[in-house]
Ligand binder design. Sequence first.
Ligand SMILES: CCCCCCCCCCCCC/C=C/C(=O)SCCNC(=O)CCNC(=O)[C@H](O)C(C)(C)COP(=O)(O)OP(=O)(O)OC[C@H]1O[C@@H](n2cnc3c(N)ncnc32)[C@H](O)[C@@H]1OP(=O)(O)O
Length: 731
Amino acid sequence: MGAVMVRVESHQRPVETRKRYNEEDRESHERPQEERSAAVRQGIVDKVETALSDPKVKSVVICGQNGIFCGGADIKEFGPKMSGPPLIPMIHAIEAANKPVVAAIEGSALGGGLELALGCHYRIAHSKARLGLPEVTLGLLPAAGGSQRLPRLIGVPAALDLITTGRHVTAAEALQLGIVDQVTDNNTVDAAVKFALSVAGQSLDARRISTYPCPQPSHLDALFEEVMQKVRQSARGAMAPVACVQAVRAAATLPYTQGLEREKELMATLFTSGQARALQYIFFAQRAVGRWRMPSGAGWDTSKHRPVNKAAVIGLGTMGQGITVALAQTGLSVVAIETQEKQLMKAKQAVSSTLERGAKRRGVAPPLDRISYSQNIQAVADVDLVIEAVFEDMGLKMEVFQQLSAVCKPGTVLCTNTSALDMDQLASETPNPELVVGMHFFSPAHVMKLLEVVYGPRSSPQAVATAMQLGKKMGKASVVVGNCRGFVGNRMLMPYSEQAFFLLEEGATPELVDRALEEFGFSMGLFRMSDLAGLDVGWRVRKSAGLAEPREASGQSARIRKGYRYSPIADLICEQGRFGQKTGSGWYQYDKPGSRVARSDPWLHSFLEQYRARHGLVARSIDHQEVLERCLYAMINEGFRILEDGIAAGPEDIDVIYVFGYGWPRHRGGPMFYASMVGLAKVLERLEHYHQAHPDVPYLQPCSLLKRLVASGSPPVHRWREVIKKLHSQL
Ligand SMILES: CCCCCCCCCCCCC/C=C/C(=O)SCCNC(=O)CCNC(=O)[C@H](O)C(C)(C)COP(=O)(O)OP(=O)(O)OC[C@H]1O[C@@H](n2cnc3c(N)ncnc32)[C@H](O)[C@@H]1OP(=O)(O)O
């Protein structure tokens, strides 16, 4: 018989059976059911056992199904009662086999899938395969021996890199690192069978990775110290990357069996942690938001997108340049329009050099010839989709939309890149408002992963589907949202920043607020982030909303707008020409305009003191807990209002927006998931407390959806939709 094949069945379901996670899907996964991974493991154990005991079988090949070796464990099956044969003894049995076992790796070998392959004696990969140990991204570590075998196979530094980042490597890199023994462009299973037969009967002593001594890098302690420091810094409070370093250290310093014990111990802490729950929640949330639905009932499964091969970008400021780069990198033909000649030249140069840098990094040719530049809007006549990215001014945008309606071919989807303006007003400038949608990119648009796709009351499902499909093609986490001031992300920023300004009035400093937020896990505190983004942007928005008007200099009335408490602090800073990094000062000071290193600014501190004195405010001591509760709960409260208003379909949509676009720490799952972890009753109680203390701040008044959820027993986040559905029911 020669070689025998064992198939690892994938847990990924075909597309047509997919449902929106957290509805039917989540419910069915919570019902007792036959565990899919368990069945796969049982199948492997049985087949390998049979093959090893059959004298006619000389060697074994383990391969996957449908072109995928194995994407790892089904994380929906993780829990206290995991059934089926455990992975570790199964892999040990394979490694201990006295006949060669070869892994035929096509598609993906990730997590438990790669750990299984590392237990095999040989690994043959297809050239298009991807390999990795992404457990860290799910709040875990490779706990089926992966953290102990990989360093023994490829050395400590390379293993640390792969295990702490979870990055996937190509087959070529895996070969170079020594993870696989051979790469093929042909049929992987055939190549593996041929290989398995060629090594049949040979000694396997040197092929069992767990028996290898771990290569000892020089200065082991210094290396781990350095890596640990780096990981702690970038992990921003995430536990898994730290545990990954500790597990690899165990591989480098302990015999295999003791290392395995340490791996198990570390995994036990991570396995039941809130961080692992948060990271796994966001993994599924990211996929769930792709299954969008509009209030009309139309959605991803019923709406066909229009093909987009050629797109236009109107306006080549920073945002337009980034969008042009992103479209060209996606493989589209792009017409880039800028009416000002000087700006056009500048933009052309900036776009080309960004594309060249990106292409150099990826070792490909820069897609410069995909872009044609013009000063004339007539050049968009034959494009399939337009993204207008001119200055954030309604009058200007309306003018552009009128021109586009006259120039574009019938059926062209017209998108506006706006961060807050009413896109329905723009739609009314065109004879086909159903073709108008918002595409809210985040700067720099070729880097940032988030895209808010905004539907107006008249947008057609097909136009939304087209923008969503384009976002997906561009590799963005694209979220469908309704049309309101600030949409989801920026609307929630308003209460967040308002609380931060009030805290300054009451005695905090930008440093204190930022430290609290950064210790929570934000990549940047609110004030450092505002300095980076530019303070003039918010100033312009507040001015256009009639808020940032000059008022009397002091007293209570200077801090009231439209009957509510208002802090003019940020407006006063802008009046000084302090717009953040670009002007060399804002909430912090910088060495020079454009510098990125923020330093405490004595001017700002004395400005705050004078401001408080002028307004009769007495500074009090404010702790991190108050900063977090005031800023985050006010923001979360607005999130509930957004759900109540039907602007976001569910909590996952809001959470994906915050994790991918606003630096919310991924290991805390997004603001709405965080609220569920804190406990909705506690969030409600704290909001009531703060609202009582500040009755003139509407953002602190708990919204009715939050109260309703608490009244219905604070259901877990995946059950909120049921309550929201009842809220929107017309019955
Ligand atoms: C009480 C204390 C006890 C403590 C001790 C406990 C010890 C326990 C030891 C356990 C040891 C376990 C060791 C193994 C761990 C793992 O393997 S963790 C998982 C690692 N793998 C991954 O992270 C891979 C994640 N998936 C992907 O990267 C991609 O999905 C893919 C495989 C590359 C495929 O990509 P693509 O083709 O783009 O498809 P997607 O849209 O992403 O996915 C398709 C559907 O499949 C679902 N899915 C994907 N991966 C998983 C998964 N790992 N688990 C469950 N489901 C998964 C995905 O959600 C999609 O489904 P739908 O959303 O319904 O469409």
